[in-house]
Design a protein around this ligand. Structure first.
Ligand code: SF4
Ligand code: SF4
Length: 374
């Protein structure tokens, strides 16, 4: 049975060891980083840099603790993420969100190049075929996956599986474009947009959110640059009228494709070279790539660490579903009841399929032993 180490967000004594950064230090000692990483080994610390307005990410203070712990055992860490907007702009977003070399104590580098097309095709599975894994993540021998757990409009729940499925895969490949990148999870077939002119109120939110300036309205007609578009789906998510749709697979296939992409990414590592840290903090309803962060819907729960991606995800979900919706949040506005699964109620997505499929694909086990810090 896999072990999942857990530290509660509650503070019972006013001392550093009881703080969240202090507990993270203790968790990393418990799991024993030197069991996984060698001296002088390059270790990618994969996180999400957020967006200009989405400040609820894994906070830099925690990333610093991970970096310091890796340095303590003699490893060479770097912080990384794939681009969702132009690479230099994304590094500036990271900087604004407090993630830079000075704050985290290690270089902050883009995993798939400044243009997001520095990647290597890796065999995935029956849904995706092959997928473009960011070259840094493909080539590095070890990784610590730092995931901010939250909701997600498409995935329902976003944790470690989604962090590497979407976040370690590029938006586009040099020759086969979005169809080999994360767009392959969001869209199917030709993946051309359907714009409903009768529903559209010309609020232009889709145009504003597009990271690649693909959308343009001319004479009240929707137009987009098909070649440039990564099919990230952000424009469809912000449309308040449901006027914009991207032909996608059914929810079940989408969840399974996340597990498949995660497997492809992990297939580039030898066994016992990746550990997972899930931060159940500032749990908001939407993804860290959105242009704004909502108030949390669930109270801070704590931090989970494991070498089993399936176990850490299952343990995170088990903790989440015990929680009550926070007042003055979207959960209260949507009338989510105290005994309901909050993320399921909000997004109506069968997110557990991500975890079930990851187990079926052999990435780990849903059965786990929770070892709580005392
Ligand atoms: S899916 Fe929408 S937001 Fe994303 S790149 Fe294409 S047009 Fe832009
Ligand atoms: S976000 Fe929706 S309603 Fe607004 S302009 Fe775009 S398609 Fe129209």
């Amino acid at each position: 049975m896999s072990k999942v180490y857990f530290a509660s967000a509650r503070v019972k004594k006013w001392k550093y060891d009881e703080s969240m950064p202090g507990k993270l230090e203790r968790l990393l000692k418990e799991i024993g980083l030197s069991r996984y990483f060698e001296q002088k080994e390059w270790v990618a610390v994969k996180t999400h840099f957020g967006s200009e307005g989405a400040h609820r990410i894994v906070r830099p203070v925690f990333l610093r603790k991970v970096v310091d712990a890796l340095k303590e055992i003699g490893a060479n860490p770097c912080l990384t993420d794939t681009v969702r907007i132009k690479g230099l702009d994304y590094l500036e977003v990271a900087n604004q969100n407090g993630i830079n070399h000075l704050s985290v104590g290690a270089p902050v580098v883009i995993a798939d190049g400044l243009y997001g097309n520095d990647n290597i095709m890796v065999k995935a599975g029956e849904i995706l075929g092959e997928i473009a894994v960011a070259s840094l993540i493909h080539d590095v021998s070890a990784m610590v996956v730092c995931s901010h757990v939250k909701g997600h409009i498409n995935a329902g729940y976003g944790g470690a599986i989604k962090n590497i499925a979407m976040g370690a895969v590029s938006g586009s490949h040099r020759t086969c474009g979005w169809k080999c990148g994360r767009g392959a999870m969001h869209a199917i077939g030709e993946g051309k947009f359907i714009w409903d002119d009768e529903k559209c109120t010309f609020c232009y939110q889709c145009e504003e959110i597009c990271p690649l300036d693909c959308i343009e309205f001319k004479d009240e007609k929707f137009d987009y640059y098909d070649e440039k578009c990564w099919r990230c789906g952000r424009c469809t998510r912000v449309c308040p009228e449901g006027a914009l749709t991207l032909p996608g697979g059914d929810d079940k296939t989408f969840m399974k494709s996340l597990a498949e992409a995660a497997k492809a990414v992990l297939s580039t590592f030898k066994p016992d070279k990746v550990i997972y840290i899930n931060f159940l903090t500032e749990i908001q309803p939407e993804c860290d790539c959105m242009p704004a962060a909502e108030v949390p819907i669930i109270q801070d729960i704590g931090i989970l660490v494991s070498d089993d991606i399936v176990a850490v995800e299952q343990a995170s979900i088990d903790l989440l579903i015990k929680e009550k919706p926070l007042p003055s949040s979207l959960a209260e506005e949507r009338n989510v009841k105290e005994d309901e699964d909050i993320l399921l109620s909000l997004h109506k997505k069968p997110y557990i399929i991500q975890v079930e499929e990851a187990e079926r694909l052999g990435l780990g086990r849903r059965e786990y032993e929770l070892k709580e810090l005392v």
